[in-house]
Design a protein around this ligand. Structure first.
Ligand code: NAP
Length: 306
């Protein structure tokens, strides 16, 4: 029995050592250097090359190294095994810190003043009056964000697939209520998972549901947004600004219009990055559960794709 770490874009020695410490009798191996692929019973995945998981016949369960699973499920040869994702208070805290910083950036008009500095313009302006906020997706991160901004004094609405009851938050559910959720918001934060239903969901029609002058923040996945519709909504003033941390193609290609658009702030997928030290315990626990055939912590509903 052994665990494979299949995460090509990351140095894995720290994760390997910490998992080895938590599971002293289990071999922890870094793909592609696997001693015997048939002995791998559990795999930790992030941006795994398509087809690799299907070459491991002894797998009992899969673990995403992040909160999202869209990249893992995109592999059409993936066997239908139990799949868990990361839910971690430290990841949530990092996301709230990022969103708080972005909210301050716009409230204090730092976007405007940065542009003015480049022109050596001295034009004082009072802060933006941002009072209403909508969170798309009321899961682990969305609910935390909604409550955080409600505590900061915002009137908050939230939108999910199933109806929620969260004290202090106006909750809406399903496509028929999306316009209601968005209608009043000065700021819209996207925290939806990328699934067949949300792919390209934020299109011209949805941007038109927003209040003119809304500021849009995407910290979920780039492919949820129709890039051309976003640019058009910014160019006509329907949206005032957009902060984008995630993109359809990452790294964002140098020729992409988002880089140089004056109303777009680009950050390189840094809003909430998994930290090895805070997630090792749940990965080790999921390995133990998988070997006993138990339900995993934070197991994904494969029929919904999140
Ligand atoms: P989660 O707990 O699975 O929550 C997902 C939420 O989206 C749920 O409230 C769900 O509704 C809602 N939803 C899903 N499909 C929907 C649909 N078709 N219509 C309406 N609502 C829908 O996920 P999470 O942990 O909060 O994370 C959300 C996403 O953030 C992840 O999938 C990941 O892509 C992204 N993320 C990005 C970063 C980054 O660094 N930028 C870091 C972490 C996560 P129900 O509650 O009704 O099921």
């Amino acid at each position: 029995m052994a665990i494979a770490l299949i995460i090509p874009d990351r140095k894995l020695e720290d994760l390997q050592q910490r998992l080895q410490h938590a599971l002293p009798t289990t071999r922890i191996e870094i793909w592609p250097a696997l001693t015997n692929p048939a002995e791998i019973t559990f795999a930790v995945l992030w941006k795994q090359p398509a087809g690799v998981v299907a070459t491991l016949p002894g797998l009992k369960a899969l673990q995403s190294f992040g909160a999202g699973v869209d990249g893992i499920l995109a592999d059409t040869s993936l066997p239908p095994l139990p799949l868990a994702r990361i839910v971690d208070p430290a990841l949530t805290a990092a996301m709230l810190q990022y969103l708080t910083g972005i909210e301050s950036y716009y409230r204090l008009r730092l976007d405007t003043f940065t542009a003015q500095q480049q022109q050596k313009q001295w034009q004082p302006k009072s802060s933006r009056k941002l009072q209403t906020l909508c969170v798309l997706g009321l899961g682990e991160l969305g609910t935390a964000a909604a409550l955080h901004f409600q505590q900061l004094g915002y009137q908050v609405s939230g939108w999910a697939r199933k109806q929620k009851d969260i004290a202090g938050i106006r909750c809406y559910a399903g496509n028929s209520q999306l316009a209601l959720a968005l209608a009043e918001a000065d700021l819209v934060i996207c925290l939806l998972p990328l699934t067949a239903q949300t792919d390209n969901m934020l299109d011209a029609q949805v941007f038109a549901m927003m209040k003119p002058g809304t500021i849009f923040i995407n910290v979920a996945r780039g492919a949820i947004v129709d890039d051309k519709a976003l640019l058009a909504a910014l160019d006509c003033g329907q949206l005032q600004a957009a902060c984008l941390d995630v993109f359809r193609e990452e790294p964002l290609p140098p020729t992409h219009a988002f880089w140089s658009h004056p109303a777009i702030l680009v950050t390189p997928h840094t809003s909430a990055v998994t930290r090895v030290e805070t997630v090792v315990a749940q990965i080790a626990e999921n390995y133990r559960r998988s070997q006993r055939g138990l339900q995993l912590l934070n197991q994904v509903d494969l029929t919904q794709g999140y």
